[in-house]
Design a protein around this ligand. Structure first.
Ligand SMILES: Cc1cc2nc3c(=O)[nH]c(=O)nc-3n(C[C@H](O)[C@H](O)[C@H](O)COP(=O)(O)OP(=O)(O)OC[C@H]3O[C@@H](n4cnc5c(N)ncnc54)[C@H](O)[C@@H]3O)c2cc1C
Length: 244
């Protein structure tokens, strides 16, 4: 159940061009129970005393559900963004007020067929604990179908956490495809947006459940195209838009 809590900033590192990873140790209470895919809402202090209050911001929990004492977030640092500036400027040891866990973008308890993740940008943060959960289910024999992860980014310099994601993908028995919309000539992975690439795979998938997260326009377009090809909006598509 969502509740207020405080957590202390313990680490902050740039992990790719314009992408930061932040770690918060839970303080009160000492751990957070959450489901893979859920997010927290953070209170952002105004830039100076007396300036306008800043609306709260949401961040998906990128860490695993069995490590609820230390929450990790992967954040796109938006130039002049209020939350971005706040999170990048507060000193280590700062206590941040949050609420959570929030959200219904979580794994179904079981899947009738293949599981497909379509993520753009930092949307992969929500997928990381979901892959961990699929890996644990697979090891206990309860998740046997195919799992496909399509991750879209602009260029190779934007990619992050590749080693960790690779390990999660391997444990989940998943297939990872990375698509870049503005790759260097040397890039040997997928090119273009994830939407056409996923639609191309559709006929090959068995009773798929889609988890789409990140850029809202990708989600709207992909959802529309999937539905027009017979995918059931209610039973087969789950979404989490980070922005429009
Ligand atoms: C459920 C949910 C979960 C979210 N999880 C994450 C997360 O794990 N990591 C994360 O970086 N953001 C996440 N966001 C977005 C986050 O809440 C903020 O919107 C973002 O950090 C920008 O806040 P800001 O105040 O710095 O900039 P603002 O001035 O509020 O934003 C400026 C503009 O930046 C764009 N933008 C916002 N977020 C992103 C993004 N992630 N990538 C590219 N462009 C963006 C939008 O067009 C927005 O209008 C999530 C949003 C929601 C609703």
């Amino acid at each position: 159940m969502a509740a207020p809590f405080t957590a202390e900033l313990t680490a902050r590192e740039m992990i790719a061009d314009g992408i930061a990873e932040l770690s918060f140790a839970m303080r009160d209470p000492p751990r957070l129970d959450f489901q893979a895919g859920q997010f927290v809402s953070m209170a952002v202090d105004p830039p100076s005393p007396g300036s306008d209050p800043v609306p709260r911001r949401s961040y998906s929990i990128a860490s695993q559900t069995d490590a609820g004492d230390l929450l990790r977030f992967i954040v796109r640092v938006i130039p002049d963004g209020k939350a971005s500036e706040y999170l990048m400027s507060i000193p280590f040891g700062s206590l941040v007020r949050m609420t959570g866990p929030h959200g219904f973008f979580v794994l179904d308890s079981s899947h009738p067929g293949d599981v497909v993740f379509g993520a753009t940008g930092t949307g992969i943060a929500a997928v990381m604990p979901m892959l961990g959960e699929i890996g644990r289910r697979r090891e206990s024999g309860s998740e046997a179908r195919r799992c496909l992860v399509s991750w879209g980014m602009r260029q190779a310099a934007d990619l992050f956490a590749l080693e960790e994601i690779g390990q999660l993908v391997a444990r989940a028995g998943a297939e990872l495809q990375i698509f870049l919309t503005a790759p260097d000539p040397a890039w040997t992975g997928g090119r273009g947006r994830i939407t056409p690439a996923l639609l191309e795979r559709l006929s090959d998938l068995v009773a798929p459940t889609f988890y789409l997260v990140g850029n809202g326009s990708m989600i709207t377009e992909l959802k529309r195209e999937l539905i027009s090809r017979g995918v059931n909006r209610k039973t087969q598509i789950r979404t989490e838009a980070f922005f429009d």
